[in-house]
Design a protein around this ligand. Structure first.
Ligand code: BGC
Length: 771
């Protein structure tokens, strides 16, 4: 009896729990509408029907309410405009209290109570600053990048920011372009993986989660292909290259649910990206089914005038809006000219309605009408969360790329022995907190940075070692007055560490293209003076792009590329140098030998007259050697290739084995067949380490030329000393299709070479045929 009663209670309890979880699940489902949810459309349309034309135009207008990131409008009457329903979004405003104050005007004073979205460039962390995005990409670890984006979302949202203008997924093949630092480098496949990771991290499981922020994938599109690497410059690439190389990371972000897209500054194939119906409407909405909204870049609507496709703000508005730019960031053109143009019939009302719909859909999807305010108890962020700090250190450690590690006096320079007695630390970036934050460290605080000097001196204190520090020179200095002190420190040391590189603010990021890619100022001369002491020298390079390091690579035994590593720069570097962690970063951009090689990228086409590296000390030996695709005064190969990076241990690769020798194009195109490529990787050294196993292909016999190599898979694996692991990759339609001669994305009959290897120039090959 008792037993039954107990069973009855238990049964009832279980039923109740299941019922509850059903309710919770149902709630979660209804509470987390995606942009595709048709229920949202009903709410959007109901609201739209109540709106005046003025209020509709207001939703399409965005202003910067804080420190500018471009030329401003001089406007500041935002409270008044908001109360009249004249603004849809503000950006560059942070702090829950500050944001709530503006939101209150929108929600309480405007006629229809439509909340604002607050945006900000949260590019690599909010307060907890992570390595710059190019550094993050060098981790080849999307899961880690997703975590970094989540940390950024949690911090930004707690300060009222629910929209970030990130990720930047522009493919960048030219190291001169300053904005190469903001993206994931030159490769499309890796760029897609990183794009997905950022979107997942920012937007979380549901847009309605108060800690989720909207992603804004930018700069749409091909902005990174600026001629000569000069920022904002013309882009004239083929449609095939656009679709093959530049568009896929945007599509990956959109497929992962990115709620917004930013149109770019560039002029693409003669049509500015901010007035381009082909990319903004035909491809983005038509082909990809994007249901979020497009915001312009800063004043890019206004810039249609100097670009020459608009005579005045009214024409700029017409062109941008009808092409598919829903929200005007900061140009003031929509706000001042759109109303009149709709009234006069120059802009159809339906175009305005559709743009408003897209913006309202996002506002509903993120639950802004239900929860317009931020929790003021969490803001401002006064202390750093230890878990967030640990996350940024982990990312920094995986971002470092060991470029060279030769023996100096018998053993490789790195890792440093724990008993090293005296280290001379030299260079303008050794103790520079501000630069460690990198460009776009919007809310990063130099006070949070632990510099390399500080971390190294703490470490040496523990081991009774001695640190001799001398700055030597400034980043851009031409004076050598500090050299003598630096050289004297070097003479007294067992090891010399030179911390050299770029100024993050001046030389990297937006409007920071460089025509010269050497170490700036007289830093190379300082390095030469240090090397002349005969002491083993380790060079740490802090940069937002590949630099030209020919002399350095020829004369300095150890080089570590550290990018701009964020607030944990010092601890991450020290742990790496002393071997607590083993470097596992790999280059995501090619390092050139000369500026004249740019744009230089690994997945280029072969020519009819390819040349390997040639002997430049003598004239070509006959016509066969002369008439080659080469420079007469420099090699064609890079100094360090894409995918490259060393470890403190060694990895050995088996030849790849394939699940089939031939497949048919038809079965690959229909998705009914897939090829498995596998290989063994062994750690043959005496330390544990992580390897980025990379899979490349080349297709020949196709209707259009295909790159000499293309990344189509990668896995980061860790291996204990002596351990082997089997690594498996799948090649199916996604990997093997390309934009063919008929501009169809299909798999074609081809002979395919497959490599599994440690970078884009090594690895052993296998072949298969597609019939
Ligand atoms: C940049 C964008 C940025 C925007 C807002 C522009 O100058 O190109 O990347 O998101 O400013 O700050």
């Amino acid at each position: 009896m008792l037993k039954h009663r107990f069973f009855g209670v238990q049964f009832f309890g279980i039923m109740l729990l299941s019922l509850l979880s059903l309710v919770v699940n149902l709630q979660a489902q209804t509470a987390s509408p995606t942009l595709n949810d048709s229920k949202l459309d009903a709410r959007v349309n109901a609201l739209l029907r109540q709106m005046t034309l003025e209020e509709k135009v207001g939703q399409l207008v965005q202003y910067s309410a804080g420190s500018p990131t471009g030329p401003g409008t001089g406007r500041g009457d935002y409270p008044d405009m908001i109360a009249k329903g004249g603004i849809g979004s503000l950006f560059n405003l942070t702090g829950a209290r500050e944001v709530n104050a503006m939101q209150k005007i929108a929600v309480e004073k405007s006629r229809l109570h439509i909340p604002l979205i607050f945006g900000l460039d949260v590019i690599h962390g909010y307060r907890t600053t992570f390595p710059v995005p190019l550094g993050m990409s060098a981790t080849w670890n999307p899961a880690l990048v997703e975590k970094a984006a989540r940390v950024a979302a949690v911090e930004a949202s707690s300060e009222g920011v629910r929209w970030t203008f990130s990720p930047m997924v522009d493919i960048a093949r030219d190291a001169r372009w300053g904005r190469i630092v903001e993206g994931n480098g030159e490769d499309t496949y890796l760029g897609q993986a990183m794009a997905r990771a950022y979107v997942r991290g920012y937007q979380g499981a549901s847009l309605q989660d108060p800690s989720s922020i909207l992603a804004c994938v930018k700069h749409y599109v091909a902005y990174g292909a600026a001629e000569g690497g000069r920022d904002y410059n013309t882009v004239d690439i083929s449609d095939r290259s656009l679709r093959q190389a530049y568009l896929p990371p945007f599509k990956a972000a959109v497929d992962s649910g990115a709620a917004t897209v930013m149109s770019a500054f560039d002029d693409l194939q003669g049509v500015p990206s901010t007035a381009n119906p082909y990319t903004l409407t035909q491809i983005l909405r038509g082909e990809w089914g994007f249901r979020g909204f497009v915001v312009s870049d800063w004043n890019s609507v206004g810039e249609l005038i100097p670009q020459g496709v608009a005579l005045d703000p009214a024409m700029a508005t017409r062109k941008a809006l009808t092409a598919g730019v829903d929200m005007d960031m900061e140009s003031n053109s929509y706000a001042t000219t759109l109303l009149q143009q709709v009234k006069s019939g120059q802009v159809p009302q339906s175009v305005v309605d559709e743009a408003v719909r897209r913006i309202l859909r996002v506002k509903f999807a993120m639950g802004l009408f239900e929860h317009p305010y931020s929790d003021e108890a969490k803001s401002p962020i006064t202390t750093l969360d230890p878990e967030h700090v640990a996350a940024t250190r982990a990312v920094a450690e995986e971002s470092f790329v060991l470029l060279k590690n030769d023996a100096a006096s018998g053993a490789p320079v790195l890792p440093l022995s724990s008993t090293v007695k005296t280290i001379a630390l030299v260079g303008p970036l050794a103790d520079d907190a501000a630069n460690m934050l990198g460009s776009w460290s919007t809310k990063g605080d130099a006070k949070d940075v632990i510099t390399f000097r500080k971390a190294l001196s703490d470490r040496l204190e523990q081991s009774q070692g001695k640190l001799l520090y001398a700055k030597g020179t400034d980043i851009l200095s031409t004076s050598d007055t500090g050299f003598a002190e630096a050289v004297s420190a070097a003479r007294q040391a067992d090891v010399v560490i030179a911390a050299l590189g770029e100024d993050a603010g001046l030389m990297t990021g937006e409007a920071a293209s460089r025509a010269h890619l050497d170490l700036p100022g007289n830093q190379q001369q300082l390095l030469q003076a240090l090397a002349a002491t005969g002491k083993p020298v380790l060079l740490i390079v802090f940069s937002g792009r590949p630099l030209i390091l020919n002399w350095e690579a020829a004369h300095i035994p150890a080089i570590l590329e550290a990018w701009f590593p964020g607030i944990q720069a010092g601890p991450a570097l020290v742990r790496t140098l002393f071997g607590d962690v083993n470097p596992s970063g790999r280059l995501t951009t090619t390092f050139p030998r000369a500026v004249g090689q740019e744009p230089l990228y690994y997945n280029a086409m072969n020519t009819g007259r390819p040349a390997g590296d040639v002997d430049l000390t003598r004239p070509p030996n006959g016509a066969g050697e002369k008439y080659r695709s080469r420079y007469i005064d420099e090699q064609s190969s890079p100094l360090f290739p894409f995918g490259y990076g060393l470890s403190y241990t060694k990895f050995q690769y088996s030849s790849p084995s394939l699940s089939a020798q031939s497949l048919t194009a038809a079965s690959l195109n229909s998705g009914s067949s897939i090829l498995t490529v596998s290989g063994e990787v062994k750690n043959t050294g005496s330390r544990g380490g992580s390897e980025v196993v990379q899979l490349y292909i080349r297709q020949i016999g196709t209707s259009v030329t295909r790159p000499v190599r293309e990344l189509k898979g990668f896995q980061k694996i860790s291996l204990a000393p002596g351990e082997s692991k089997k690594v498996e990759f799948k090649l199916g339609k996604d990997e093997l299709a390309f934009w063919n001669i008929d501009m169809k994305n299909v798999v074609e009959p081809a002979k395919v070479t497959v490599w599994i290897g440690p970078n884009s120039t090594e690895g052993s090959a296998a072949q298969f045929t597609i019939n």
